[in-house]
Design a protein around this ligand. Structure first.
Ligand code: PLP
Length: 372
């Protein structure tokens, strides 16, 4: 059996090496490193795939969030509501821009931002909500968009972990993650569901004016070269990365299917286990399983489980061990019982596009053994 890893990017590359190598070679041969034709091609293809009217490439998923907030004209002191259970980037850019991150708790079953908690956190200074489509599943967008509309708030969807996930509204209408709010942002960090071979990110919007503004902010605040109307940033998607992403985009649905097959295998192996809860799949969203994250029963020694798994060559990770409201940089008072419970009890098993049954059986068997 191949060595187990949380993510196996080497095998994934080997399975499409000629195509990837040719695409990279083409960029090298033309030296179109910055804003080469592959960037526009990939942006257009991703727009078609997601259904977003505009896709704007940028340097990474954190920049995407920052550019979104800058383009919306958010000002120091404005409050931005986001989830306490997420990767730090979401809150980081809020704080970096002098805005006030207002953290709220997440739903105990879905792990995504709790719409009821959003309602309680709204003040006259609230300007935006940033739901995070955590672990590969959409946050509950219908009530979030309703709350936003009622209070005239922007919605920025952090889609770094859920590109390709499809949300179904109560009236049956479907939309992809990142295309429902004012702006969507995503990351092409190598281990993300659509990952490049370095850093990359993108921004989605259906609003023509906002799209222009986003491009301008990402390009030093200029829409005409050397005329700088605003203070912007320098954030570009490299041509080599775009060329790679364009190839991987064609496989994204297959990748999601492979991830779902692995998740189904795990689900069956751990079904109704008294000591662990398998990930809940909501009816309102498809799941693209960026992570396969289980919740251990209270009182189980997670560190011991991880150590025993490591002994038999099974890697595991904890996303995320410390809630944002307990991080030194983002300390905040308040009640976050769900986030605290999740940070104490979640454990993620290997999840990627190249898993075979032998690996899945080995991981499942050993996980059941160490739980016993
Ligand atoms: C990965 C990630 C980001 C940041 O993406 P980078 O490309 O690493 O900057 C932002 N938000 C979430 C939820 C993420 O998982």
């Amino acid at each position: 059996m191949k060595k187990l890893q949380m993510v196996d990017l080497v095998t994934q590359y080997q399975n499409m090496k000629p195509e990837i190598d040719a695409a990279i070679q083409e960029v090298l041969d033309t030296a179109a490193f910055i804003k080469g034709p592959a960037v526009k091609r990939f942006e257009d293809n991703l727009a078609v795939y997601t259904g977003a009217k505009h896709v704007i490439g940028c340097a990474n998923g954190t920049d995407a969030l920052q550019i979104a907030m800058m383009a919306l004209g958010l000002k120091p002191g404005d409050e931005v509501i986001t989830a306490s259970f997420t990767y730090v980037a979401t809150a980081e850019v809020i704080a970096l821009l002098g805005l006030k991150p207002v953290l709220v708790d997440v739903h105990p079953e879905h792990f995504t931002i709790d719409p009821e908690a959003i309602k309680h956190a709204i003040t006259p200074k609230t300007k935006a909500i940033v739901p995070v489509h955590l672990f590969g599943q959409c946050a509950d967008m219908a009530p979030i968009l309703e709350i936003a509309a009622a209070h005239s708030l922007y919605v920025i969807e952090d889609t770094a972990q859920a590109i390709g996930a499809v949300y179904t509204f109560p009236d049956g209408r479907k939309a992809q993650a990142g295309t429902m709010g004012t702006i969507g942002t995503t990351s092409f960090f190598p281990s993300k569901n659509l990952g490049c071979y370095g850093d990359g990110g993108a921004i989605f919007t259906n609003d023509d004016e906002l799209a222009k503004k986003l491009r301008m902010v990402a390009n030093h605040g200029q829409s005409i070269q050397y005329y700088h109307d605003e203070v912007g940033v320098n954030s570009r998607l490299d041509t080599i990365q775009a060329a790679i992403l364009d190839i991987k985009l064609k496989r994204l649905d297959d990748y999601a299917a492979a991830r779902n097959a692995a998740a189904d295998f795990y689900d069956q192996a751990f079904a109704n286990h008294p000591k662990v809860k398998t990930p809940v799949r909501v009816t309102s969203s498809t799941h693209v399983f960026h992570q396969y994250t289980l919740l251990l029963s209270e009182g189980i020694d997670r560190d011991a489980i991880k150590a025993k798994l490591a002994e038999v060559g099974v890697p595991s990770m904890v996303y995320y061990p410390v809630p944002l409201h307990k991080q030194k940089a983002y300390q905040m008072d308040g009640d976050f019982p769900v986030t605290e419970r999740l940070c104490a009890g979640v454990i993620s098993l290997p999840m990627h596009t190249e898993m075979d049954e032998e690996q899945l059986a080995y991981i499942s068997q050993h996980f059941l053994q160490v739980l016993a």
